[in-house]
Design a binder for this molecule. Structure first.
Ligand code: UDP
Length: 465
């Protein structure tokens, strides 16, 4: 299907043109304002940790649920990718995922998904007309949803908020450009210039938007968050016995998708370096735990096979555990059982894993890139290392694993840091405040954000002593 960036909107039906019995029930709850979150490929109701199900899914689901607790009626739209998936998943009384027909009902890699976005827009408008809903504010996630948002903006008076989650302008600095690259870069620029507000999740992302995408448009920085009731300090001995790890083991954990961009190869090579440096009697106590799922036949299964082969080749197979996909709520056990969590990404727009691990009191060794520079405080909550620096990651792991006094200090510092700055409740409160300001602004038809003190950066985060 031939798709132009903007301009097929003449085919779109007005959302106000139809009504249904749903409209009556909607109007009976006047106090709740409906909003739509759109996440075309990151299904908020999906299992997390497999192909293309990672941070974006968690972000949309957690933000949606928290916004519902703050009084909004939240509808989260995604593409239906499995025949047997429910069309509507109700997460809580005022928060649901709605899976729209757009293209085939099976997995389609992100780079081939854009051709189905006009159908996504039509399905959304049809659903809206049938359901009787009205979304004066739409928060889109990732560039294709942003494109959908721009189409909606052409046919209705919406306030469009956008979060990128990943920027083509950075991704294509190191990766070969797929055929969709040109369209993506153009759309990312249009979104920044035409959305009502772009939410950058770190000052680093804001900087990238300005230097690589456009000087136009309005940006606010609101970070990602974590569930601090689930990700919290727990006794390490309990976590280790639950997972079958010995009390004398030195446990290094990786959590995330199998994607070459995640740099698992760097971690594996660094761990082998550490293993080779360790005296023979202690070698058996070293354990690398790799958490994350994959789908047979998909790109993440290829990456897992490649990493498994490398682990065997480096002679660390007996010290390495592939834990597979772990349910999000069970992950605190893995972070808590570990002595250190390593995030060796080549590029990371935010990196939820970092704040999850720190919330559990686990020191983080991360690449000195993107949002990780914002969330990991060197020497206070972890260490930062140049991406792909095998020797650097090996030295940092050695430092953390041998300095138990420092690790004990990090434990309380890291958890406090996350609780004070990165809880979903706090993040959703900031988003809620932004939405309200934008909606009031649309009613008054004047830009409140230029009258109020500009919030183009967060106030410096505090690390409690
Ligand atoms: N995750 C999970 N189970 C797994 C692997 C990952 O729940 O087996 C979650 C992890 O807790 C985190 C998300 O997937 O919330 C990954 O987000 P991140 O921002 O670190 O990376 P992304 O997937 O966005 O690149």
């Amino acid at each position: 299907m031939q798709t132009t960036l903007i301009g097929h909107s003449s085919r779109l039906e007005s959302p106000k043109s139809k009504s249904s019995s749903f409209a009556v029930s909607r109007r009976s709850i006047p106090s709740r304002q409906s909003i739509a979150l759109i996440s075309e490929h990151g299904d908020p109701a999906a299992d997390i940790g497999r192909e293309e199900a990672g941070g974006q899914n968690v972000y949309v689901r957690k933000v949606g649920e928290a916004l519902a607790r703050l009084g909004w009626q939240v509808d989260m739209f995604t593409r239906k990718t499995r025949l047997d998936d429910a069309v509507i998943v109700q997460h809580s009384p005022h928060c649901r995922t709605i899976r729209l027909s757009a293209g085939p009902e099976h997995f389609v890699p992100r780079d081939e998904l854009f051709q189905y976005m006009p159908e996504f827009v039509e399905s959304l408008l049809k659903f809206q007309a049938k359901d009787g809903g009205n979304y004066p504010l739409v928060h889109t996630n990732y560039w294709m949803s942003g494109w959908v948002g721009l189409q909606l903006k052409q046919v209705s008076n919406i306030q469009l908020v956008h979060t990128y989650h990943s920027l083509g302008a950075i991704k294509y600095q190191t990766l070969a450009r797929p055929p969709i690259a040109h369209t993506r870069l153009a759309a990312e620029q249009q979104i920044l210039e035409q959305a009502t507000c772009v939410v950058a999740t770190s000052p680093q992302e804001q900087e990238h938007l300005r230097s690589l995408v456009s000087k136009g448009g309005y940006v606010e920085v609101i970070p990602c968050g974590t569930d601090v009731d689930t990700f919290r300090l727990l006794p390490q001995s309990d976590a280790r016995s639950a997972l079958g790890f010995g009390s004398d083991e030195k446990v290094v954990v990786y959590v995330g998708r199998f994607d070459p961009r995640k740099g698992i190869e760097t971690l594996v090579r660094a761990f082998a370096e550490l293993y080779n440096r360790t005296e023979d009697a202690l070698k058996a106590t070293l354990r690398l735990v790799i958490v994350g799922g994959c789908q047979p036949g998909q790109a993440d299964a290829d990456e897992r096979s490649r990493i498994e082969a490398l682990v065997a080749e480096l002679g660390i197979a007996d010290n390495t555990t592939f834990a597979g996909q772990v349910g999000h709520d069970r992950l605190p056990l893995y972070y808590t059982a570990a002595d250190v969590c390593v995030i060796p990404s080549h590029y990371e727009p935010f990196g939820l894993v970092a704040i999850e691990a720190m919330a559990c009191g686990t020191p983080v060794i991360a690449s000195n890139v993107g949002g990780l520079k914002f969330t990991v405080v060197p020497e206070e909550t972890g260490l930062l290392v140049a991406p792909q620096d095998v020797q650097g990651f090996a030295a940092a792991m050695e430092q953390v694993l041998t300095q138990s006094h420092w690790s004990a200090q990090v434990r309380t510092q890291a958890t406090t840091w996350v609780q004070e700055n990165f809880s979903w409740t706090g993040v959703a409160a900031q988003l809620s405040d932004l939405y309200r300001r934008l909606l009031v602004e649309s009613l008054m038809e004047q830009p409140i954000h230029v009258l109020a003190e500009p919030r183009t950066g967060r106030s410096p985060l505090r690390l409690s002593a």
